[in-house]
Design a protein around this ligand. Structure first.
Ligand SMILES: [Zn+2]
Length: 447
């Protein structure tokens, strides 16, 4: 029997440790992992030359915009950006124009990626206006329900209706994903921008660390009452880490951290201004230290990008009016592996936080681990010294506060569902092997 492809001579990351060996791929799946002599004959071979071979990265927090915001990013341009960065599965956020909060909107987004996406894409929903839609959305395969307390994206502003919605979500066993900020942060920001306070200081004050921590604490209480799952997006503050540590034993609570909050701080915000404007804001050195400690202690178990692309005009303007959010997909892997090489975290601790942990938490089946039978989502990482050049990003957002950042690793080969979609700097024009994925709750059929 001759199969499609063998990757040989790799330093394979198998669950929790590195082993020398090779991987055989037939169709969309990994069929064998072992030493080269034991692999079946293949029609193609990639010699990894001792490079690190890891499962395709899973990023549970991206904004692919599309619909009325195609000028920022589309599901397809975002997917190619992910591929370029070694990310093979993403979960897309619902704060779109128009908002993603109904089955028809999910189906509309799925139709946009049919036979077009370079990587696998799943979707979140906002809290729908009508609670009876929650079970239907869960059955449709969404991965969770996002809430932006500081925004107008969801109806329940009072605790009673919020409670009812969270109770309904708890029944689906899917998580509520919270953007930790308070309900009046937007108003405070407006008021502070109108004072003499320098704009950056006003922004930081409006979205400060204590409010982030308090918002999470409120939602932990609400989730506990309804026995629901809660996932805290982009943790940035020492105070938030303390809340998570205090509740470490709660099975229902999970959290994530982003590379920009680990790598950049207030100093960089003052230097790069609008380019580095994001929510939550970049924080102090003390906060950064707390995040690194939390990652190393497994208090925070997931790393995500919060890839939030905006147009040139939206990021090259006065700080007060600039859009919040920065590019993340093409910098995640290079930056995090470079941090690991410099000793900030071990490779063994880092890799599961971008592969197995997000897969387990979100119920993404047969991905996130190099395992016989799993989908062949695979990245070969080459050691290479270079600097980030944002003008060369595949994303529509070709600007970044990481421009010029020194890097030691490059996602060299990327396979998505067994298809070699990226080979060195070359992205295949046929990189459309990504799938619309659904939560594994789908079969539950919640009434
Ligand atoms: Zn986000």
């Amino acid at each position: 029997m001759t199969i499609d492809l063998n990757i040989v001579n790799g330093n394979l990351f198998l669950g929790s440790e590195f082993r020398q060996g090779g991987i055989s791929i037939e169709g969309e799946r990994i069929i064998k992992i072992g030493k080269e002599p034991s692999l079946p004959k293949a029609s193609h071979k990639i010699d990894a030359k001792g490079a690190i071979v890891i499962p395709g990265i899973i990023d549970i927090h991206v904004h692919f915009r599309d619909l009325q915001q195609k000028y920022k990013e589309t599901l397809v341009s975002g997917s190619i950006s992910a591929l370029a960065g070694g990310i093979t599965t993403v979960l897309d956020m619902p704060n779109n124009k128009p908002p993603t909060d109904s089955i028809s909107r999910i189906q509309e987004k799925e139709a946009l990626i049919q036979n077009k996406a370079a990587v696998n894409i799943g979707f979140y929903s906002l809290f729908p206006k009508d609670n009876s839609e929650i079970a239907k959305l869960a059955n449709e395969g969404v991965f969770g329900f996002k809430i932006y307390p500081a925004d107008n994206y969801y109806p329940p502003k009072d605790n009673d209706s919020l409670n009812r919605a969270m109770k309904e979500i708890a029944r689906t066993k899917l998580p509520v994903i919270i953007h930790p900020d308070n309900g009046f942060a937007g108003e405070t920001e407006k008021q502070l921008f109108a004072t003499d306070l320098p704009p950056i200081d006003a922004f930081i004050k409006a979205h400060n660390q204590l409010e982030e921590a308090k918002a999470l604490e409120t939602f932990i209480d609400l989730s506990n009452k309804v026995d629901g799952k809660l996932h805290c997006a982009h943790v940035t503050a020492k105070e938030t880490v303390e809340i998570i540590t205090k509740n470490k034993d709660l099975q229902m609570l999970s959290s994530e951290v982003c590379p920009h909050h680990l790598s950049l701080g207030v100093k960089e915000l003052h230097k790069f201004k609008s380019q580095a404007k994001c929510l939550p804001p970049l924080r102090t050195k003390q906060d950064q230290d707390a995040l690194w400690q939390a990652l190393n202690d497994d208090v925070i178990n997931i790393i995500s990008t919060d890839h939030a692309p905006h147009s040139y005009e939206e990021k090259h303007c006065e700080f007060e009016v600039a859009a919040s959010g920065i590019h993340g997909l093409e910098t995640l892997v290079p930056i995090m592996f470079t941090h690991a090489l410099r000793g900030m975290i071990s490779f063994e601790k880092l890799i599961p936080k971008m592969t197995t942990n997000p897969a387990k938490l979100m119920g993404i089946e047969h991905r996130g681990e190099l395992l016989e039978g799993n989908f062949a989502d695979i990245v070969i990482l080459k050691k290479k010294k270079y600097q980030i050049v944002s003008a060369q990003f595949e994303s529509k957002a070709k600007w970044s506060p990481f421009d010029g950042y020194a890097i030691n690793f490059l996602p060299d080969y990327v396979l998505v569902n067994g298809y070699l979609a990226k080979e060195e700097e070359y992205i295949s024009s046929k990189a459309t092997s990504g799938k619309a994925i659904k939560n594994s709750n789908e079969k539950l059929n919640i009434e």
